[in-house]
Design a protein around this ligand. Structure first.
Ligand SMILES: C[S@@+](CC[C@H](N)C(=O)[O-])C[C@H]1O[C@@H](n2cnc3c(N)ncnc32)[C@H](O)[C@@H]1O
Length: 385
């Protein structure tokens, strides 16, 4: 690709991420329209450049000073940026407030290790036992020359070490016998311990990664009600559940607001609340998150989480609450609102304790990118007294 066109694609990806607040993947697709070759390897190379530029955006703009047009930023980045004299948040390419909060919680050495880890993508595959066996998927990965590790804690999870092909184009992924899903996301469902016959409410299910794992672990024999407020995401969810082999006769999908009283109190054995959040733990998946993350966003989601959690506890005896966030505001501090009325359990042995900003931090769980090679997740299992 000619340099002029390359700069246009990179600048346009930045424009989409910053002005339309979309993920890097969506931004790149839009930026590529009419500009990129359909040739997979060239397109992949270009995608990686665009993704790395978004990840480096804060570092480059720190170095250039003053706001510059996106084309100038892309060109400067391609020529190499001198970051020797920049403060640590700029060198790691995070906003100052976020850097300070993480380092305040974990200390400088560990905090920086976490932020650095999130600048790299780690790929996990979940074998879809509704459609395949672990051995079947491993055979396919072997024949496609993928190097991988089968996880020790969750044996249907596979960490991809190296793959010539993009993960989404691997045969078992295209056939929905394996699905890209983070190990911490799987741990959330493991904490719920779904069993055949359970009546389970998934309060914010879309696009359905965890709902499908619930049914996988319950051998498609749980009764699941899957609710989401977003009609567009519900449609994507219905399609995904079907492709993953989830039994629609035992999985009722509802487009509604879960804070509203649409179900009878105490109507469920188990409730999953994988709450909407700032996504600050998912930077490795989408570096656009760190560009658009604000303290206001964290406060906004924390308030929604509290409202949803209070309703969750009315609906079921056992509630699993999770957020893909590294902020205690969207984890420990949400639980502190209900702590006096409930009991907490720690079903995931390999999980870490929460941040010690609350007295009960050992009773809640966290997963960390630099320690677990997962997204940053908060997890609590709540038993109503
Ligand atoms: C973290 S995502 C859920 C991901 C999903 N559990 C999965 O594993 O595929 C949060 C979801 O919460 C939904 N949501 C936000 N507010 C809601 C509400 N009041 N009631 C129901 N769903 C809500 C969003 O539309 C979004 O799909």
């Amino acid at each position: 690709m000619r340099e002029e066109n390359l700069v246009k694609v990179l600048a346009s990806t930045l424009y989409e991420v910053i002005n339309h607040r979309v993920s890097v993947d969506v931004a790149f697709k839009r930026a590529c329209k009419g500009r990129c070759a359909s040739n997979t390897s060239e397109r992949e190379e270009l995608y990686h450049l665009a993704r790395n530029l978004v990840s480096d955006y804060i570092r480059v703009t720190c170095s250039l000073g003053k706001e510059k047009p996106y084309g100038k930023i892309a060109r400067a980045w391609l020529n190499g940026v001198d970051d020797d004299d920049l403060p640590p948040w700029c060198r790691l390419s995070y906003k100052e407030w976020f850097y300070r909060r993480i380092v305040g919680l974990l200390g400088k050495k560990e905090g920086e290790a976490l932020l650095k880890a999130m600048n790299e993508r780690v790929w996990w595959l979940r074998v879809n036992l509704l459609r395949s066996s672990v051995e079947g998927v491993l055979r396919d990965l072997d024949s496609e020359g993928v190097t991988y590790e089968v996880d020790r804690e969750i044996p249907y999870m596979i960490k991809v070490i190296e793959s010539r092909k993009p993960v989404r184009l691997l045969k078992p992924v295209k056939e929905f016998r394996a699905v890209p899903q983070d190990k911490a996301s799987a741990a959330v469902v493991e904490a719920l311990r779904p069993q055949p016959g359970d009546v389970i409410l998934d309060m914010s299910f879309a696009p359905g990664m965890k709902t499908s794992l619930i049914q996988m672990l319950a051998e498609n024999e749980a009764k699941v009600v899957a609710v989401d407020i977003s009609y567009r995401r519900v449609l994507t969810g219905v399609d995904l559940l079907r492709k993953l082999g989830v039994d629609p006769s035992r999985t009722l999908v509802v487009n509604a607001d879960s804070t509203q009283k649409i179900f009878r109190d105490e109507g469920f054995d188990k409730v999953l609340l994988d709450a909407p959040c700032s996504n600050s733990g998912a930077v490795s998946k989408d570096p656009g998150i760190k560009v658009n993350l604000t303290e206001g966003k964290v406060r906004h989601y924390a308030a929604i989480q509290k409202e949803l959690l209070i309703r969750a506890i009315e609906l079921g005896e056992e509630v699993v609450f999770s957020t893909c966030s590294l902020m205690p505001d969207e984890g420990e501090l949400v639980i502190s609102e209900i702590y006096d009325y409930v009991r907490l359990q720690r079903p995931i042995k390999w999980a870490h304790s929460g941040y010690d900003v609350v007295s009960f931090y050992t009773e809640v769980m966290r997963f960390f990118p630099h320690k677990d090679q997962t997204d940053g997740f908060f997890l609590a299992k709540i038993i109503r007294e």
